[in-house]
Every structure is written in structure tokens, then in C-alpha cells.
Design a protein. Structure first.
Length: 257
């Protein structure tokens, strides 16, 4: 882990309008500037362990991290993913409840927990946005439970790809690295940070099953592949239809209106 002094102004941050600070006024951003700093992690490096003192909270600026919990016998279960603009940590809590590990090179915009809690109490815009992020995380956790518990192998693969398509997918018309969440913007490109081995581990599948289902989605034109990690989604709605999730399609159509 590398500790870096503040290098980006909040007003110029790539996640400025999606992160916890999205609703902050200029004077509120100035106060955040005073308590923020950056941490970077290499792929595979632990960020926090469950039970560690929670000394900071923050937002993912770049990269992806996994949230996992380990049973006493050593078995590990992935319980979620943190992507760009997601919030890490819980104000008001002394310790973290799960392990956090970088699965790609990761940059966090961090705030010392105590000063952040003070600012939170004095800044309604910050509090409202944090509540929104918490509710989004609750929805994501429910989706993850459904993905792991009830879906077929094909639906699991499609669901995981859909998560990345909606959260990190870009089009040729977008600025580099800027995700496109609105439908109808053309094919989406995903630079998938997960190897097939990691995908299989996340979804409770074998590598062979994972590879077979990806190949089937490719042969049927649902996705296209460029190399080992780049995935092209010609039509997001078609991919969503493969997830077995009517709610996902409904959310997609509502965004299109």
C-alpha cells in the first residue's frame, strides 16, 4: 500500500458526481479537501481485514475490490464488490466487518474517520448522499444473494458481466474510463479485471463451467471477446435477458424512459 498526498482537486475528480461528495457545495468540498488523502494498492493486496480498527473511510476512485468473509474453518465467501465511486467503511463503527482485497490496481480517496464523522454531522448534503449509497449497497447485496443462491451457471455468468457492463462499461463515444449507464449508447466495452479462475471462485462454479458458459454467450452473439479480458456487449438489454432477472430488465427499461 502506498500513501499519497492529495493530488486531485475534488472538483476535478473522475467520480465527483457519483461519489459520497456528489451533492456537496464548494465550501463543503473545501472542508473535505482538508481531510482527504489517497491510498493505492496493487492487485491482490489486502486493504483491510475484518476486525481491524476502522481508521479511515473513503471512495473507490479507480479499480475494483472484493468484500469477503472467512469462516472459522478457513472457507471464504465473496459477499460483494466495490467499484468506482463505491464507499468503503461505516461512519460510527470502530471496526470493519469483512475483509477487503484489491482485485485490480486500486486507488481510494480516503478521509480520516473521526473528522469525517464530524463533517457528516454538520453537512446534510453529505449525509443524504451517504444514505443513498447505503441503500444502493443494500440493493446490490440482495442481487448478490440471488445471484449466488438461485441462478443457473449461465445466469450467474451473465449477471456478473452485466454488473461490470453497467458499472464500468464504456462506449466509443465516452471519455476514456468513464462508465456509461444509460441504454442506447451503442456497444459497451468491458475491461474485465477478473480472470476466469476468479470468476469461477466468486460464483461457486468450476473454471470449466465458467469457460463453457462464456463461450456459449459468445457463440450466440450475446458478447464478443477481444483477448483474455476485454468483453464487448453489443446490446446490454440482450445480456440482461440472459440473467434470469426480470427486475434487472425493468430497471434498465426505466432508465431508458
Amino acid at each position: 500500500m502506498n500513501l499519497i498526498s492529495a493530488r486531485e482537486k475534488c472538483s476535478e475528480c473522475p467520480i465527483r458526481h457519483r461519489a459520497v461528495c456528489a451533492r456537496c457545495e464548494p465550501d463543503e468540498l473545501a472542508r473535505l479537501e482538508q481531510i482527504k488523502y489517497y491510498r493505492t494498492y496493487e492487485a491482490g493486496q489486502p486493504v483491510m481485514w475484518a476486525g481491524d480498527p476502522l481508521t479511515f473511510v473513503g471512495s473507490v476512485v479507480r479499480g475494483v475490490a472484493r468484500l469477503s468473509q472467512t469462516l472459522p474453518d478457513g472457507r471464504t465467501q465473496v459477499v460483494g464488490l466495490l467499484m468506482s465511486s463505491d464507499f468503503l467503511g461505516r461512519p460510527g463503527r470502530e471496526v470493519l466487518g469483512c475483509d477487503v482485497t484489491a482485485i485490480s490496481d486500486l486507488t481510494l480517496c480516503c478521509f480520516r474517520r473521526k473528522p469525517f464523522e464530524t463533517l457528516l454531522a454538520e453537512t446534510p448534503h453529505l449525509t443524504d448522499r451517504l444514505l443513498e449509497l447505503a441503500l444502493d449497497e443494500l440493493d446490490a447485496a440482495r442481487d448478490w444473494m440471488l445471484l449466488l443462491g438461485r441462478k443457473t451457471a449461465r445466469e450467474k455468468i451473465a449477471s456478473l458481466l452485466a454488473i461490470f457492463a453497467r458499472r464500468t462499461g464504456t462506449t466509443s463515444h465516452a471519455a476514456p474510463g468513464v462508465p456509461v449507464r444509460q441504454p442506447g449508447t451503442g456497444p459497451l466495452t468491458i475491461d474485465l479485471v477478473l480472470s476466469r479462475e476468479l470468476m469461477a471462485d466468486f460464483l461457486g462454479l468450476t473454471i470449466e463451467t465458467t469457460s463453457r458458459q462464456i463461450s456459449a454467450l459468445k457463440s450466440q452473439g450475446v458478447i464478443a471477446l477481444e483477448g483474455n479480458r476485454r468483453v464487448i456487449v453489443p446490446d446490454l438489454r440482450r445480456l440482461l435477458a440472459e440473467t434470469g432477472d426480470d427486475i434487472g430488465l425493468m430497471r434498465h427499461d426505466q432508465r431508458a424512459v
